[in-house]
Ligand binder design. Structure first.
Ligand code: LLP
Length: 422
């Protein structure tokens, strides 16, 4: 796995830093990201397209990991942002990403959010409905501005992703119905404050084969061809995100065949291309470091109880996701693996990471929960009175704290108890 390496003495290391040293200094649970791994992912993504003669604008899906340091690393290497709220927009701006290098996605953008984005000169708003198009037109024209918009089309494609992360089927809440897209685009061209620039589509997340993407792009390109045949200008195609990463199962999304499909299908039309990957860029660039609190044995099971739980990493509870879990110490790792049910401390039955084959682990043993850089910390909560975990970024062999562990008092710092109760 990228960035991870074993050392017979120091155990598991990430970007040459022993994870045991990080745990000793910063405590657990903590998120550990690798800046070089992240940069290498971005370079690999670019290279796959470059090999096909393509250079799509990369608009990183901020929702996957919205930490300012992560955004800054990506910005320095030329990525823009795909944002879904004023919070993400402002974060991306705070990390130095120019609004012109951002696309604004989402099915429920509020008018104040649209106004702020237009005021700052957002690069593109991905419109999700006729109703929203009307809102944007009214806001932009009241501001005396014209904003570039792309219509997000729902291509009615089954992408084979988990139900909770599929977005491109006709019954999903996302995008404009395929059959309405051409007429809405024409309508957009006539609306005040709107400069329609093209189409976007995003069919889901954690997709492994180019086929559903190809089917979706072909459908959208048919719309573009129909409009162009009538002399209507269409300049951009936003290909969305959704590229899968291998978790515990080893299945990987192969970028080269995807990039080659994009060239074949969309490469010869003079379209500006955009991609919006989130998980593929940051997932493998991060892990969650946790300690074994205790091992509970019943007649049937060995429960390995960690100090990290579903409040930290929600994906197993929410999507039955399975992340690789490996011991950190070389001595632990040398033990004979046998069945263990790995669980967190939260008072919910769904707070379980899953069934694993792990060696004997004593209380205090460290484990790394792998590929947790995307939709990990970003989806954390403080449920069960559990403070947000610390976050670290390894930069050239040095771990930097990029978010302090939340203090216990900080859990209620913003709460107000009315003076007169009772
Ligand atoms: N563009 C749009 C419009 C999106 O809605 C998303 C993700 C992306 C791009 C990035 O997709 P990615 O490349 O990361 O697959 N929390 C879930 C994933 C939710 C994805 C939501 N939209 C999980 O942990 O699996």
């Amino acid at each position: 796995r990228p960035g991870l390496a074993w050392n017979a003495m120091a155990g598991l290391g990430f970007e040459d830093v022993p994870l045991a040293a990080i745990a000793a200094e910063h405590g657990t649970p903590c998120w550990v990201y690798g800046a070089d791994t992240l940069r290498a992912r971005l370079a690999t993504l670019r290279d796959a397209f470059a090999a096909e003669g393509l250079a799509p604008a990369i608009r990183y899906a901020v929702k996957a990991n919205d930490h300012l340091a992560i955004l800054s690393v990506l910005r320095m290497d030329g990525a823009g942002a795909d944002v879904t709220s004023t919070g993400e927009f402002a974060r991306a701006e705070a990390a130095g990403i120019a609004p012109g290098a951002m696309v604004f996605s989402g099915v429920g953008k509020r008018s104040d959010e649209i106004e702020r984005a237009i005021g700052a000169g957002i690069g593109q708003i991905n419109v999700e409905s006729a109703e929203e198009l009307g809102m944007i037109s009214a806001i932009a024209s009241a501001m005396g501005r014209t904003t570039p918009v792309s219509l997000r089309v729902n291509p009615d494609i089954e992408a084979g992703a988990h139900d909770k992360i599929s977005t491109g089927r006709a019954g999903d809440k996302f995008g404009i119905a395929y059959s309405d897209a051409v007429s809405l685009y024409r309508h957009a061209a006539a609306l005040a404050g709107i400069a329609p620039c093209g189409f976007s589509t995003h069919i889901g997340s954690q997709i492994f084969s180019p086929e559903p993407f190809e089917a979706a792009y072909r459908r959208v390109l048919d719309l573009i061809d129909a409009l162009r045949a009538d002399g209507v200008a269409v300049t951009r195609l936003d290909l969305g995100g959704g590229f899968g990463i291998p978790y515990d199962d080893g299945i990987a999304f192969a970028l080269p065949p995807y990039a080659s499909m994009v060239r074949r299908v969309a490469g010869n039309r003079g379209l500006e291309l955009i991609v919006e990957p989130g998980r593929w860029l940051v997932g493998p660039a991060g892990l969650l470091l946790a300690r074994v609190t205790l091992v509970k044995r019943t007649a049937q099971q060995r429960f390995v109880v960690l100090d990290a739980g579903m409040n930290d990493l929600l994906r197993p509870a929410l999507y039955d996701a399975r992340h690789g879990i490996v011991p950190v110490s070389a001595v632990d790792a040398a033990g004979v693996a046998h069945p263990a049910e790995v669980v967190g401390p939260v008072c919910e039955s769904s707070d379980r990471f899953g069934d694993y084959a792990l060696p004997e682990l004593a209380p205090g043993a460290l484990v790394a929960i792998l590929d947790a850089g995307a939709y990990g910390a970003a989806m954390s909560s403080t449920y069960n009175g559990r403070p947000f975990a610390a976050q670290l970024l390894i930069e050239r062999g040095t771990p930097h704290v990029i978010r302090m562990r939340q203090g216990i008092e900080d859990l209620w710092r913003d709460e107000i108890v009315p003076d007169r109760l009772g």
